[in-house]
Design a protein around this ligand. Structure first.
Ligand SMILES: *[C@@H]1O[C@H](CO)[C@@H](O)[C@H](O)[C@H]1NC(C)=O
Ligand SMILES: *[C@@H]1O[C@H](CO)[C@@H](O)[C@H](O)[C@H]1NC(C)=O
Ligand SMILES: [Zn+2]
Length: 331
Protein backbone atom coordinates (compact mmCIF):
# COMPACT_ATOMS: atom_id res chain seq x y z
CA UNK A 1 0.00 0.00 0.00
CA UNK A 2 1.22 3.47 -0.92
CA UNK A 3 0.01 4.68 2.40
CA UNK A 4 2.73 3.00 4.39
CA UNK A 5 5.48 3.36 1.80
CA UNK A 6 7.77 6.14 2.88
CA UNK A 7 10.51 7.23 0.57
CA UNK A 8 12.94 7.01 3.47
CA UNK A 9 12.25 3.33 3.95
CA UNK A 10 12.54 1.98 0.47
CA UNK A 11 15.69 -0.09 0.70
CA UNK A 12 15.45 -3.11 3.04
CA UNK A 13 18.87 -2.27 4.46
CA UNK A 14 17.51 1.10 5.55
CA UNK A 15 14.57 -0.47 7.32
CA UNK A 16 16.91 -2.72 9.29
CA UNK A 17 19.30 0.03 10.32
CA UNK A 18 16.37 2.21 11.24
CA UNK A 19 15.08 -0.39 13.64
CA UNK A 20 18.55 -1.00 14.99
CA UNK A 21 19.39 2.62 15.78
CA UNK A 22 17.14 5.50 16.73
CA UNK A 23 18.13 7.61 13.69
CA UNK A 24 19.63 6.61 10.37
CA UNK A 25 20.19 10.19 9.32
CA UNK A 26 19.73 13.63 10.79
CA UNK A 27 20.62 17.27 10.23
CA UNK A 28 23.36 17.78 12.82
CA UNK A 29 26.63 16.23 13.98
CA UNK A 30 27.82 12.80 12.90
CA UNK A 31 24.56 11.87 11.18
CA UNK A 32 24.22 15.30 9.49
CA UNK A 33 24.15 16.00 5.73
CA UNK A 34 27.97 16.15 5.43
CA UNK A 35 28.14 12.46 6.33
CA UNK A 36 25.12 11.12 4.45
CA UNK A 37 27.41 10.12 1.58
CA UNK A 38 29.36 7.74 3.83
CA UNK A 39 26.40 5.41 4.04
CA UNK A 40 24.39 6.45 1.01
CA UNK A 41 26.65 6.69 -2.03
CA UNK A 42 24.14 8.58 -4.16
CA UNK A 43 24.22 11.55 -1.78
CA UNK A 44 27.60 12.35 -3.40
CA UNK A 45 26.08 12.33 -6.90
CA UNK A 46 26.40 15.12 -9.46
CA UNK A 47 22.69 15.88 -9.81
CA UNK A 48 21.66 16.39 -6.22
CA UNK A 49 18.98 18.54 -4.63
CA UNK A 50 18.42 21.09 -3.28
CA UNK A 51 20.02 23.80 -5.43
CA UNK A 52 20.15 27.55 -5.62
CA UNK A 53 18.15 28.84 -8.60
CA UNK A 54 19.79 31.89 -10.17
CA UNK A 55 16.99 33.61 -12.10
CA UNK A 56 19.49 35.19 -14.50
CA UNK A 57 20.57 31.72 -15.64
CA UNK A 58 17.20 30.05 -16.13
CA UNK A 59 15.91 29.12 -19.57
CA UNK A 60 12.45 30.52 -20.18
CA UNK A 61 9.97 28.04 -21.65
CA UNK A 62 6.22 27.81 -22.31
CA UNK A 63 5.34 24.23 -21.37
CA UNK A 64 1.88 22.66 -21.76
CA UNK A 65 -0.53 23.32 -18.89
CA UNK A 66 -0.21 21.08 -15.86
CA UNK A 67 -3.32 19.08 -15.13
CA UNK A 68 -4.08 18.76 -11.42
CA UNK A 69 -6.58 15.93 -10.88
CA UNK A 70 -8.38 15.51 -7.55
CA UNK A 71 -6.76 18.61 -6.06
CA UNK A 72 -10.05 20.34 -5.29
CA UNK A 73 -11.84 17.29 -3.88
CA UNK A 74 -12.37 17.21 -0.11
CA UNK A 75 -10.47 14.10 1.05
CA UNK A 76 -11.53 12.19 4.20
CA UNK A 77 -9.28 10.16 6.52
CA UNK A 78 -6.10 12.11 5.85
CA UNK A 79 -3.23 10.82 8.00
CA UNK A 80 -0.72 13.16 9.63
CA UNK A 81 2.43 11.39 10.85
CA UNK A 82 5.60 12.49 12.61
CA UNK A 83 8.26 10.15 11.17
CA UNK A 84 11.09 11.58 13.26
CA UNK A 85 12.43 13.70 10.38
CA UNK A 86 9.37 15.68 9.28
CA UNK A 87 5.59 15.52 9.25
CA UNK A 88 3.99 13.45 6.49
CA UNK A 89 0.50 13.92 5.11
CA UNK A 90 -0.89 10.80 3.42
CA UNK A 91 -4.28 9.93 1.93
CA UNK A 92 -6.17 6.64 1.55
CA UNK A 93 -8.85 7.70 -0.92
CA UNK A 94 -8.82 6.02 -4.34
CA UNK A 95 -7.98 7.16 -6.88
CA UNK A 96 -5.23 9.30 -5.38
CA UNK A 97 -4.80 12.86 -6.64
CA UNK A 98 -2.49 13.01 -9.66
CA UNK A 99 -0.64 15.39 -11.98
CA UNK A 100 0.37 15.33 -15.64
CA UNK A 101 1.46 17.86 -18.25
CA UNK A 102 4.07 20.60 -17.86
CA UNK A 103 7.48 18.93 -18.21
CA UNK A 104 6.01 15.52 -17.27
CA UNK A 105 5.42 12.60 -19.60
CA UNK A 106 2.61 10.40 -18.36
CA UNK A 107 0.66 10.48 -15.11
CA UNK A 108 2.14 10.88 -11.66
CA UNK A 109 0.22 9.60 -8.63
CA UNK A 110 0.30 11.22 -5.20
CA UNK A 111 2.37 9.40 -2.58
CA UNK A 112 2.81 11.81 0.35
CA UNK A 113 3.56 15.40 1.22
CA UNK A 114 5.88 16.75 3.92
CA UNK A 115 7.60 19.92 5.08
CA UNK A 116 11.11 21.32 5.61
CA UNK A 117 11.73 24.20 8.01
CA UNK A 118 14.45 26.08 9.89
CA UNK A 119 15.33 27.30 13.40
CA UNK A 120 13.86 30.73 12.68
CA UNK A 121 12.05 32.56 9.89
CA UNK A 122 15.24 33.56 8.04
CA UNK A 123 15.88 30.03 6.74
CA UNK A 124 14.28 26.62 6.28
CA UNK A 125 13.56 26.10 2.58
CA UNK A 126 15.70 23.59 0.69
CA UNK A 127 15.90 25.14 -2.78
CA UNK A 128 16.76 28.82 -2.76
CA UNK A 129 16.00 31.51 -5.31
CA UNK A 130 18.85 33.98 -5.90
CA UNK A 131 20.27 32.69 -2.60
CA UNK A 132 17.10 33.70 -0.79
CA UNK A 133 15.79 31.18 1.75
CA UNK A 134 12.16 30.93 2.76
CA UNK A 135 11.07 29.91 6.28
CA UNK A 136 9.47 26.65 5.13
CA UNK A 137 8.92 24.49 2.05
CA UNK A 138 6.23 21.95 1.16
CA UNK A 139 7.06 18.88 -0.93
CA UNK A 140 4.23 17.00 -2.64
CA UNK A 141 5.70 13.70 -3.82
CA UNK A 142 4.23 11.80 -6.81
CA UNK A 143 5.42 8.58 -8.50
CA UNK A 144 5.03 7.75 -12.17
CA UNK A 145 1.88 5.66 -12.59
CA UNK A 146 3.42 3.17 -15.04
CA UNK A 147 5.99 2.18 -12.40
CA UNK A 148 3.13 1.09 -10.08
CA UNK A 149 4.85 1.73 -6.71
CA UNK A 150 7.20 4.30 -5.20
CA UNK A 151 9.68 1.53 -4.49
CA UNK A 152 9.85 0.62 -8.16
CA UNK A 153 9.65 4.25 -9.36
CA UNK A 154 12.88 5.22 -7.55
CA UNK A 155 14.79 2.83 -9.82
CA UNK A 156 13.90 4.99 -12.86
CA UNK A 157 15.35 8.41 -13.76
CA UNK A 158 11.85 9.87 -14.25
CA UNK A 159 10.29 7.92 -11.39
CA UNK A 160 9.19 10.79 -9.14
CA UNK A 161 8.04 14.34 -9.41
CA UNK A 162 7.98 16.70 -6.45
CA UNK A 163 5.85 19.84 -6.46
CA UNK A 164 7.63 22.28 -4.16
CA UNK A 165 5.99 25.33 -2.60
CA UNK A 166 7.71 28.04 -0.59
CA UNK A 167 6.26 29.85 2.42
CA UNK A 168 6.42 33.51 3.26
CA UNK A 169 5.41 35.42 6.39
CA UNK A 170 2.11 37.21 6.64
CA UNK A 171 0.30 39.00 9.46
CA UNK A 172 -2.89 37.10 8.71
CA UNK A 173 -3.45 33.46 9.49
CA UNK A 174 -4.02 31.11 6.56
CA UNK A 175 -7.26 29.33 7.61
CA UNK A 176 -6.59 26.16 5.57
CA UNK A 177 -3.45 25.57 7.65
CA UNK A 178 -5.29 25.61 10.98
CA UNK A 179 -6.41 22.00 10.42
CA UNK A 180 -2.81 20.95 9.82
CA UNK A 181 -1.37 22.85 12.77
CA UNK A 182 -4.02 21.52 15.17
CA UNK A 183 -3.21 17.98 14.04
CA UNK A 184 0.51 18.72 14.62
CA UNK A 185 -0.23 19.29 18.30
CA UNK A 186 -1.15 15.59 18.54
CA UNK A 187 1.95 14.23 16.78
CA UNK A 188 4.79 16.02 18.57
CA UNK A 189 6.27 12.63 19.51
CA UNK A 190 8.26 10.76 16.85
CA UNK A 191 6.41 7.93 15.09
CA UNK A 192 2.98 9.14 16.16
CA UNK A 193 0.07 9.60 13.82
CA UNK A 194 -3.39 11.17 13.79
CA UNK A 195 -6.31 11.28 11.36
CA UNK A 196 -7.41 14.79 10.41
CA UNK A 197 -10.83 15.72 11.72
CA UNK A 198 -12.09 17.60 8.69
CA UNK A 199 -11.92 16.73 5.00
CA UNK A 200 -8.75 18.08 3.43
CA UNK A 201 -8.36 19.63 -0.01
CA UNK A 202 -4.97 20.00 -1.70
CA UNK A 203 -5.95 23.14 -3.55
CA UNK A 204 -6.81 25.00 -0.33
CA UNK A 205 -3.23 24.87 0.93
CA UNK A 206 -1.60 25.92 -2.37
CA UNK A 207 -0.87 29.39 -3.75
CA UNK A 208 -3.12 30.97 -6.35
CA UNK A 209 -0.66 30.97 -9.26
CA UNK A 210 0.15 27.41 -10.35
CA UNK A 211 1.41 28.43 -13.79
CA UNK A 212 4.75 30.00 -13.04
CA UNK A 213 7.34 27.52 -11.83
CA UNK A 214 10.98 26.48 -12.14
CA UNK A 215 11.75 22.91 -13.18
CA UNK A 216 14.93 20.86 -13.12
CA UNK A 217 16.22 17.30 -12.66
CA UNK A 218 17.47 16.41 -9.21
CA UNK A 219 17.29 14.02 -6.30
CA UNK A 220 15.54 13.17 -3.07
CA UNK A 221 16.84 15.63 -0.46
CA UNK A 222 17.09 12.88 2.17
CA UNK A 223 18.99 9.58 2.06
CA UNK A 224 19.21 7.59 -0.12
CA UNK A 225 19.34 10.79 -2.29
CA UNK A 226 18.21 8.93 -5.43
CA UNK A 227 18.56 11.05 -8.60
CA UNK A 228 15.08 10.29 -9.85
CA UNK A 229 13.13 13.52 -9.25
CA UNK A 230 11.65 16.00 -11.71
CA UNK A 231 11.38 19.09 -9.51
CA UNK A 232 8.72 21.75 -10.00
CA UNK A 233 9.29 24.77 -7.75
CA UNK A 234 6.32 27.11 -7.85
CA UNK A 235 7.24 30.76 -7.77
CA UNK A 236 4.36 32.21 -5.74
CA UNK A 237 4.79 31.45 -2.03
CA UNK A 238 2.03 30.46 0.39
CA UNK A 239 1.60 33.02 3.17
CA UNK A 240 1.48 31.91 6.83
CA UNK A 241 1.92 33.67 10.15
CA UNK A 242 5.03 33.23 12.26
CA UNK A 243 2.89 31.33 14.81
CA UNK A 244 1.65 28.86 12.20
CA UNK A 245 5.24 28.02 11.21
CA UNK A 246 6.36 27.90 14.84
CA UNK A 247 4.06 24.89 15.46
CA UNK A 248 6.24 22.78 13.13
CA UNK A 249 9.32 23.57 15.23
CA UNK A 250 7.65 21.87 18.22
CA UNK A 251 7.75 18.44 16.56
CA UNK A 252 10.24 16.03 18.09
CA UNK A 253 12.63 13.38 16.86
CA UNK A 254 14.20 10.72 19.09
CA UNK A 255 16.91 13.26 19.97
CA UNK A 256 14.77 16.30 20.75
CA UNK A 257 12.90 19.01 18.89
CA UNK A 258 13.28 19.07 15.10
CA UNK A 259 14.52 22.64 14.94
CA UNK A 260 15.60 22.35 11.31
CA UNK A 261 15.33 19.68 8.64
CA UNK A 262 16.61 21.21 5.41
CA UNK A 263 19.57 19.94 3.45
CA UNK A 264 22.16 22.57 2.37
CA UNK A 265 22.29 23.46 -1.35
CA UNK A 266 24.22 21.19 -3.69
CA UNK A 267 26.24 22.08 -6.82
CA UNK A 268 24.06 22.61 -9.89
CA UNK A 269 26.76 21.12 -12.16
CA UNK A 270 25.83 20.80 -15.83
CA UNK A 271 22.10 21.15 -15.24
CA UNK A 272 19.71 23.72 -16.69
CA UNK A 273 16.81 25.14 -14.73
CA UNK A 274 13.77 25.97 -16.87
CA UNK A 275 11.33 28.72 -15.98
CA UNK A 276 7.81 28.21 -17.21
CA UNK A 277 5.82 31.25 -18.23
CA UNK A 278 2.48 30.35 -19.72
CA UNK A 279 1.05 31.97 -22.83
CA UNK A 280 -1.47 33.94 -20.73
CA UNK A 281 1.41 35.50 -18.82
CA UNK A 282 0.37 39.14 -19.15
CA UNK A 283 -3.34 38.65 -18.47
CA UNK A 284 -2.42 36.51 -15.54
CA UNK A 285 0.05 38.99 -14.18
CA UNK A 286 -2.46 41.80 -14.31
CA UNK A 287 -4.79 39.99 -11.93
CA UNK A 288 -2.06 38.60 -9.80
CA UNK A 289 0.59 41.26 -9.46
CA UNK A 290 -0.25 44.71 -10.81
CA UNK A 291 3.24 46.00 -9.98
CA UNK A 292 4.69 43.88 -12.77
CA UNK A 293 2.39 45.16 -15.47
CA UNK A 294 4.47 46.27 -18.44
CA UNK A 295 2.89 49.75 -18.75
CA UNK A 296 3.15 50.33 -15.02
CA UNK A 297 5.25 53.54 -15.08
CA UNK A 298 2.83 55.39 -17.42
CA UNK A 299 -0.24 54.28 -15.52
CA UNK A 300 1.30 55.39 -12.30
CA UNK A 301 2.18 58.78 -13.71
CA UNK A 302 -1.42 59.15 -14.88
CA UNK A 303 -2.76 58.21 -11.51
CA UNK A 304 -0.44 60.66 -9.77
CA UNK A 305 -1.41 63.70 -11.83
CA UNK A 306 -5.08 62.78 -11.43
CA UNK A 307 -4.72 62.63 -7.67
CA UNK A 308 -2.83 65.96 -7.60
CA UNK A 309 -5.71 67.53 -9.56
CA UNK A 310 -8.34 66.08 -7.23
CA UNK A 311 -6.40 67.25 -4.17
CA UNK A 312 -6.30 70.79 -5.62
CA UNK A 313 -10.04 70.72 -6.25
CA UNK A 314 -10.70 69.48 -2.70
CA UNK A 315 -8.51 72.25 -1.29
CA UNK A 316 -10.30 74.95 -3.33
CA UNK A 317 -13.69 73.67 -2.14
CA UNK A 318 -12.55 73.71 1.49
CA UNK A 319 -11.24 77.26 1.14
CA UNK A 320 -14.50 78.37 -0.47
CA UNK A 321 -16.58 76.76 2.26
CA UNK A 322 -14.40 78.44 4.89
CA UNK A 323 -14.74 81.83 3.20
CA UNK A 324 -18.52 81.40 3.02
CA UNK A 325 -18.59 80.42 6.71
CA UNK A 326 -16.44 83.34 7.77
CA UNK A 327 -18.70 85.64 5.70
CA UNK A 328 -21.78 84.29 7.49
CA UNK A 329 -20.28 84.92 10.93
CA UNK A 330 -19.58 88.48 9.94
CA UNK A 331 -23.19 89.14 9.06
C1 LIG B 1 18.49 31.96 12.63
O1 LIG B 1 19.08 30.70 12.80
C2 LIG B 1 20.38 30.58 12.23
C3 LIG B 1 20.82 29.15 12.36
O2 LIG B 1 20.70 28.69 13.66
C4 LIG B 1 21.32 31.57 12.93
O3 LIG B 1 22.60 31.48 12.36
C5 LIG B 1 20.77 32.97 12.76
O4 LIG B 1 21.56 33.87 13.49
C6 LIG B 1 19.34 33.05 13.26
N1 LIG B 1 18.81 34.35 12.94
C7 LIG B 1 18.05 35.05 13.78
C8 LIG B 1 17.56 36.36 13.28
O5 LIG B 1 17.77 34.63 14.89
C1 LIG C 1 -5.60 17.36 18.61
O1 LIG C 1 -5.83 17.52 20.00
C2 LIG C 1 -6.65 18.62 20.37
C3 LIG C 1 -6.76 18.63 21.88
O2 LIG C 1 -5.51 18.82 22.44
C4 LIG C 1 -7.98 18.56 19.69
O3 LIG C 1 -8.75 19.69 20.01
C5 LIG C 1 -7.77 18.47 18.20
O4 LIG C 1 -8.98 18.39 17.52
C6 LIG C 1 -6.90 17.31 17.85
N1 LIG C 1 -6.67 17.28 16.41
C7 LIG C 1 -6.82 16.20 15.68
C8 LIG C 1 -6.60 16.34 14.24
O5 LIG C 1 -7.10 15.14 16.15
ZN1 LIG D 1 11.30 16.94 1.07
Amino acid sequence: MDLVVRIFLLVPVLIESRLASAEDFGYDGSIGPTYWGDRYQECRGKHQSPININVLRVKQVALPDISFVGFDDPIDNVHVTNNGHTVLIEVENEPHPRVSGGPLEGNYVFSQMHFHWGDNDTLGSEDKINHRSFPMELHMVFYKEEYKTVKNAVTHADGLTVLAFFYELDRHQHPAYDDITSALGNVTDPHSSVVMKKPFSFLNILPYDLRRYFTYRGSLTTPPCSEVVIWLDFEQPVRLTHDQIEVFRELRSASGKIRHNFRPIQPIGDRTVFYNIDSNYYTYNEIDDPDREPEWPQKRKGRNSASVTSSCITLIIIIEVLIAYVDKIHY
